[in-house]
Design a protein around this ligand. Structure first.
Ligand code: HEM
Length: 133
């Protein structure tokens, strides 16, 4: 009788251990899938800027300071790393996720004048593609 109980206990322990190992395997797979998906996203944003085109709808999905795309004069810029260091402060955030041409050229909350040549050169660093029609 004792022997049967011991065997039963052994079977339960082996089954539990098996289940635990199987679960670990599943969570590793899920983690790997998440990494794969993130990499796909990264590739999406690493397109060659001279060939990439984006619509206003694409741009609208990047409308916050930390994830800020703008269209200016038909070109698309990723300002995610620039918005927080913009010399004109928070006024740039108003343009995130939009065609910001008018804002860039008129600075309604500031001097009301177009940006300097220096600002236009800075813009080049953030170029990611062309605005599609
Ligand atoms: C899109 C919306 C933007 C708005 C509303 C905006 C607004 C402003 C404002 C109010 C100032 C302070 C000076 C002033 O009042 O004239 C300023 C300065 C400046 N901004 Fe922006 N800005 C925008 C985008 C950008 C972008 C995309 C860049 C470059 C990548 C940029 C670069 C600069 C620079 C370099 C200055 C210093 C003054 C100058 O060189 O013109 N800004 N901006």
């Amino acid at each position: 009788m004792k022997k049967i109980l011991l065997i039963g206990l052994g079977v339960i322990i082996v089954a539990l251990a098996g289940f635990y190992i199987w679960q670990q395997g599943m969570s590793i797979e899920t983690a790997q899938e998440e990494v794969d998906n993130e990499e796909e996203g990264a590739i999406e944003e690493m397109k060659d800027p001279s060939e990439a085109t984006y619509s206003l709808e694409d741009i609208a999905t990047h409308g916050i300071e930390e994830d800020c795309w703008v269209a200016i004069n038909g070109k698309v810029y990723d300002l995610s790393h620039f918005a927080s260091v913009h010399p004109g402060g928070d006024s740039v955030i108003e343009g995130c996720g939009k065609d910001a041409t008018v804002l860039f050229e008129t600075r309604p909350t500031g001097s009301g004048t177009p940006h300097s040549e220096n600002a236009r050169k800075t813009l080049d660093e953030y170029f990611i593609g062309t605005l599609s029609q």
